[in-house]
Design a protein around this ligand. Structure first.
Ligand SMILES: C[S@@+](CC[C@H](N)C(=O)[O-])C[C@H]1O[C@@H](n2cnc3c(N)ncnc32)[C@H](O)[C@@H]1O
Length: 270
């Protein structure tokens, strides 16, 4: 379960130094439409064909390294964005992981929707790109080893997804919201994901509620906090010493935050 870096640059030391100093680099502050300051976002529209091929190669290498750490039937859920997700998906497929669908996190973002630069008044009715209102999460699985999912569940406790309830299966459309201020105050990471969404997908990832959740790009530890909240065991890896330090203080606080599992799911069920 992870939210990886997609580009060559955005989490390199040089780009992080630029982000932290607020000057230059791939991180941009989106325009404010209501007077409230926006959190910085990396720009993916400037990626070249070579950058995109690099993403595919990176994810082939990464998923090949990940494969032996997964038990047969273990699910892999990866945050993406619509511009790079096909390249990530190709990499995962090349490493032997099996595509099981895509989760749509419905969320209003500040990406896209703008009129052509320096020609706003000339082209008042035009947006250069669609305003992005969803985030794809790629859903993959290490192929099951047993003949049936039931046998795989008995042997490895994996192969399926945990249902929301007896009546409601886990669904691939999850109504979400931008990460709340209360969470940002605890974990000041530019890619912080909200607990309500993470708790929903982390819960689904272990069909019997047993096993270990791995986040190899843990950032502020939000996935690990969601696992902690659910009583799941988890392991995280983070390269940046500042984010690692942040995660150590943020995980226990995010884990106890009152954002119950699946408020989004309840809305969907109503
Ligand atoms: C998109 S962020 C994840 C943020 C996370 N979703 C959160 O809510 O805090 C990706 C993270 O991966 C880390 N990272 C980049 N390359 C890495 C590597 N090779 N090994 C471990 N972590 C890495 C970055 O420092 C960054 O914190």
């Amino acid at each position: 379960m992870t939210d990886p870096p997609y580009g060559r640059h955005e989490y390199t030391e040089a780009q992080q130094a630029k982000l932290r100093s607020g000057r230059g680099g791939v991180w941009r502050i989106p325009p404010s439409f209501d007077g409230h300051p926006r959190a910085p976002l990396p720009r993916f529209t400037t990626m070249t064909k070579a950058d995109l091929d690099h993403i595919r190669e990176f994810f082939t290498t990464w998923a090949t390294a990940l494969y032996p750490a997964l038990v047969p039937g273990a699910h892999v859920m990866i945050a993406a964005n619509p511009l790079v997700s096909p390249y990530i998906a190709m990499g995962l497929g090349e490493a032997g992981l099996e595509r099981r669908g895509e989760i749509v996190r419905a969320v209003m973002t500040m990406r896209g929707g703008d009129r052509p630069k320096n020609a706003h008044e000339e082209f008042t009715d035009v947006s250069v790109m669609a305003r992005s209102q969803w985030e794809p999460w790629l859903l993959y699985r290490r192929p099951i080893e047993c003949k049936t999912v039931a046998d795989n569940l008995r042997k490895y406790k994996t192969g399926g997804l945990r249902r929301i309830s007896g009546q409601q299966p886990f669904g691939d459309l999850i109504l979400s919201h931008p990460t709340r201020k209360s969470e940002r105050a605890i974990a000041d990471h530019p890619s912080l994901k909200p607990q309500s969404f993470l708790r929903t997908i982390v819960r689904a990832s272990l069909p019997l509620g047993e096993g270990v959740v791995l986040d190899p790009f843990a950032g502020s530890g939000s996935t690990l906090a969601a696992a902690e909240n659910l009583g799941y065991e988890s392991i995280g890896l983070e390269r940046d010493p500042q984010y690692y330090k942040l995660a150590k203080t943020a995980i226990p606080k995010l884990a106890v935050l009152e954002t119950s599992v699946g408020p989004a799911q309840r809305r969907q069920a109503e």
